[in-house]
Design a protein around this ligand. Structure first.
Ligand code: ATP
Ligand code: MG
Length: 648
């Protein structure tokens, strides 16, 4: 048996490496303790991980469900926790190693961060902004992005960061929805050797957003942009002459910290509202515990974009509160070549690396020769988030990036949960490729059927969280009803994230993708994730997306869209081979009825496969909301091919 086959055996588990087990940052009895007294557990986390101006005395307030509160009598400031409390003692400690795409670099210490944040905060105060006012931020991956967020948080301003890859329309709709008064942006950002014209995009958006009074523009690229007199000001002029000192505004634990719109994979994005105390507690605790963070020695790199929740929680607030040294990289992972990330890992001695399955599948397609060129001997732990990870991709990551020595933590969570909810603790939990394992201590999850009854181990259904956690969204901005309808109505008293899951006989959770995507074929529920993972386990397949389309005979029929590895051509023979491969892996019922070979799949700008568009194509419907789609051209291409595909 080859190493790969051996590693992919269904019963294969990966125990915590001895050095993780011996030096775990969490005690072994943590699960039982949290189970026995969740409120006590969370209060203890709040006291351990957060410096409060006024310590909270209560954990959960559930007097007005589902509008839960946490630590409601506590007062704190998030920026004080992320920066000020580390000063002056740790002023020289590096907060961020920043790597620009063209090769320029910057080193930002906690001392630097303190000064830059205070100057920006003082300048913002000068605009007459008040606690609770919204500030939109539309930037690339530059140190000034966390600086802008922290400056807002220091004053109690609510930021709404819009991912720099979004179009002007997407930016405009988010500014309008949040009623932002100020926009912070930059001239342009480097991506794949090109400049993303952020300011020009913003200018187009601003034609639709009368409430914006001031636009602050960071200079990054010198490519020349138009500045509107009276409205626009350069960042460096804006902060010029501002004091290095700025008092942190004490905030109630339940005051809003930020608004962030979900990725838009399933439809119109929702403006998720996060608050201060519970959020900071949960992200800081999970950042240390899930990543086994040792703040004095680790170099941590979350390669997500700060414009997504992963970046908010695990590039900015969690890592800074834990006094971490992190890496931020500005640009594309394949610029100038396919080994850019591996080069950066070696350059900075990165010890912890966190990325998404979509990126891992791209690395697989590019080939293992790229990571093989680099030592990467400092790495000790790997993480993944964003989609279910195919076991094949998990093993590839473990072998080619982790060199078989790094535990892999598959972390399930969402914009709405704010912090990681289901994930291994690397010193305590044996992992299984493709499973996010167990709810973290203090998190309570179940798998239920249509009637909301718990499904016994071995079965699948809807994932629910049965108890609120401190970092959970408090509402959808300006739309309490949608909040209640979307998350709290399907199963009264429980939070419904919209994902399907199953539990195996050992109680491990396996995420099955969004319930909207789950297929019903001849009366059988079949998860898209499982069929996709079966396809990806075939040596010719790089990536696959599967949807159920209406079928007169079987209710739904499985339609697969498959991207092949670089050197493979899709023909009739491969088509039947793949169908047989799925049948032999999962059973004949899961055999795709049609397979389309395509060069790419429709994805959100965060890289997630948008199955709903493939469903629209398969059923010859008008496409739904495409504003968050990254690669519009591929949709037309696939639509054309789907019409000429072979079926039987
Ligand atoms: P929208 O809610 O607007 O449709 P989205 O759900 O893609 O967009 P996010 O909040 O960024 O927006 O993503 C959270 C979702 O990503 C989860 O609900 C889940 O479907 C998926 N996900 C995240 N991490 C994992 C994981 N480790 N395993 C499986 N699925 C995951
Ligand atoms: Mg979602």
């Amino acid at each position: 048996m080859s190493t790969l086959e051996n590693l992919l055996r269904e019963d294969r588990t990966f125990p915590p490496p001895p050095e993780f087990a011996a030096n775990s940052v969490v005690p072994e009895d943590v699960y039982e303790k949290a189970q026995a007294d969740p409120d006590g557990y969370w209060l203890e986390q709040a006291r351990t991980y957060v410096s409060w101006f006024k310590e909270p005395t209560v954990a959960l307030d559930d007097s007005n469900p589902p509008f839960f509160k946490w630590f409601a009598d506590g007062e704190l400031n998030v920026t004080h926790n992320c920066v000020d409390r580390h000063l002056p003692e740790h002023a020289g400690k590096i907060a961020y190693h920043w790597v620009g795409e063209p090769g320029d670099t910057r080193t930002i210490t906690y001392g630097d961060l303190g000064v830059a944040v205070n100057r920006m905060a003082n300048a913002l105060k000068g605009l007459g902004l008040e606690k609770g006012d919204r500030v939109a931020i539309y930037m690339g991956m530059v140190p000034e992005l966390p600086i802008a967020m922290l400056a807002c948080a220091k004053l109690g301003l609510v930021h709404s960061v819009v991912f720099g890859g979004f179009s002007s329309d997407a930016l405009a709709s988010r500014i309008l929805d949040a009623h932002a008064r100020v926009l912070i942006t930059q001239d342009g950002a480097w991506r794949g050797g090109n400049i993303v014209p952020l300011k020009a995009n913003a200018d187009r958006a601003l034609q639709q957003t009368p409430e914006i009074e001031k636009v602050i523009v960071l200079q990054r690229t010198d490519h020349g942009v138009e500045m509107t007199e009276g409205r626009d000001i350069w960042w460096h002029e804006f902060v010029e002459g501002q004091s290095d000192e700025c008092e942190a505004v004490p905030m109630n634990a339940e005051d809003p910290l930020y608004i962030l719109y979900t990725s838009g994979t399933t439809g119109k994005p929702k403006g998720i509202v996060h608050t201060q105390g519970g959020y900071l507690t949960a992200i800081t605790a999970t950042h240390q515990q899930v990543f086994d963070l040792k703040p004095d020695t680790d170099v941590y790199w979350c390669a997500a974009d700060i414009g997504w929740v992963t970046g908010h929680s695990y590039i900015v607030y969690g890592p800074l509160a834990n006094r971490t040294t992190s890496v931020i990289y500005e640009g594309a992972p394949n610029f100038p070549d396919y080994d850019r990330l591996w080069q950066i890992i070696d350059d900075y001695g990165v010890t912890i690396f966190y990325t998404a399955p979509t990126a891992i599948r791209a690395f697989m397609r590019w080939g293992e020769e790229y990571p093989a060129k680099h030592e990467m001997s400092t790495l000790r732990l790997l993480g993944t988030v964003g989609e279910p990870i195919n076991p094949e991709a998990w093993i590839w990551y473990h072998l080619n990036i982790g060199r078989e020595r790094c535990p892999v933590v598959d972390t399930w969570w969402q914009t709405e949960t704010g912090a990681i909810m289901i994930s291994p603790l690397p010193g305590l939990v044996e992992t299984k490729p493709g499973s996010a394992t167990f709810p973290l201590p203090g998190v309570f999850a179940d798998v239920v059927n249509d009637d909301g009854e718990s499904v016994p181990l071995g079965g699948g259904g809807y994932l629910v969280l049965t108890r609120p956690t401190p970092s959970m969204a408090r509402t959808i901005y300006g739309d309490d009803d949608r909040f209640v309808d979307t998350y709290w109505s399907r199963f009264p008293g429980r939070y419904f994230p919209g994902d399907g899951a199953k539990r195996d006989e050992d109680g491990y959770f396996w995420l099955l993708g969004r319930v909207d995507d789950i297929m019903l074929v001849s009366g059988h529920n079949i998860s898209t994730t499982e069929v996709e993972s079966a396809l990806v386990s075939h040596p010719s397949v790089a990536e696959a997306a599967v949807v159920g389309r209406k079928d007169d005979l079987t209710g739904q029929a499985i339609a697969a869209f498959v991207t092949l590895k670089a050197d493979v051509t899709g023909d009739e023979e491969l088509l039947s081979e793949l169908r047989e491969h799925v049948a032999s892996t999962l059973g004949p019922i899961a055999k795709p009825k049609s397979i389309v070979f395509t060069n790419d799949l429709p994805k959100t700008r965060s890289g997630k496969i948008m199955r709903r568009l493939l469903r629209d194509i398969s059923e010859n419907r008008q496409l739904g909301d495409v504003t968050t789609l990254a690669n519009a051209e591929i949709v037309a291409e696939i639509a054309e091919m789907a019409q000429v595909t072979t079926e039987d």
